[in-house]
Write a protein of this length. Sequence first.
Length: 310
Amino acid sequence: MSSNIEKVVVSVSIDTECDHDPQWVRSKPLTFDSIHEGLPNRLQPVFDSVGAVPTYLLTVEVLEDAACVETLNNMQGQYEYGTHLHAAFIEPEKKFQDYAGIDSPDFQCGYPEDIEYQKLANLSTLFEHTLGYRPTSFRAGRYGASANSANSLERLGYKVDTSVTPHMKWQEPAARVDFRRAPEQPYFPAQQNLSETQPYTEGRILEVPVTVKPRLFRDPRWFRPWFASVDQMKEIFRYQLKQHAQRRVLSINMMFHSMEVIEKASPYPQDADQVERFLADMHEALEWCSKEGAQFSGLSDLHPLYAEAP
Ligand SMILES: [Zn+2]
């Protein structure tokens, strides 16, 4: 079959948070091994070794912690920082002052539009005051984003949102999101529906979906270490290439959490051997992508590849 694909771009988008426990509850007392050990010593060396440019999406509690900020400022290598919102942890209507031992079920899109906007604005200001520039990439906690979320992010100067998980739907007590019909490849989202596309208009935010492959009668499989073997990640990559052969640029977007490379800080790797396997699989998959001719990019640099000149 003929293909129009001229360029394959691989991004790695990482929800970057405090350590959790194997039940996905925040550590108590709150610890940040995933920042101090995970980013500089476990993740970034793998990315540097293959030339990948990860995007670390930072949460409120990481940006509020002085030691974390120092680690972030001292990071070597190529990477992008963006933001990641767990809506219960920031004003207005902030629910928790102490995040230790807390679960956070809220979808940001479950709040009224103006409250959600103010939460995103406060998170962006916190990022700017901490790191000295405006963030331009974002993912919603628990993927709980709607069209309002994308519109608010655009008003705040964001270039890319990566909250959409095609073929999936998510539910919390007060809200639900349904991405089952969302596009698998980057698109400019419609003003009223995050799962629908619209033609590019000046400044419109780009939606870069997480790379997911549907399966008949079984749960979709994500392009993600631990959830997929190296062979399965290759299969998902080839599926995208075949499915979207008419496109000029193909995007592959790996997602996971910083806590997944710290044993017992997430439901996934529980000991040192399992962490090693996670990192080895990630390395092998990314190296393979590179040998297949893929390039690596931070999330925000994808925007100009899709935005047409006015
Ligand atoms: Zn999160």
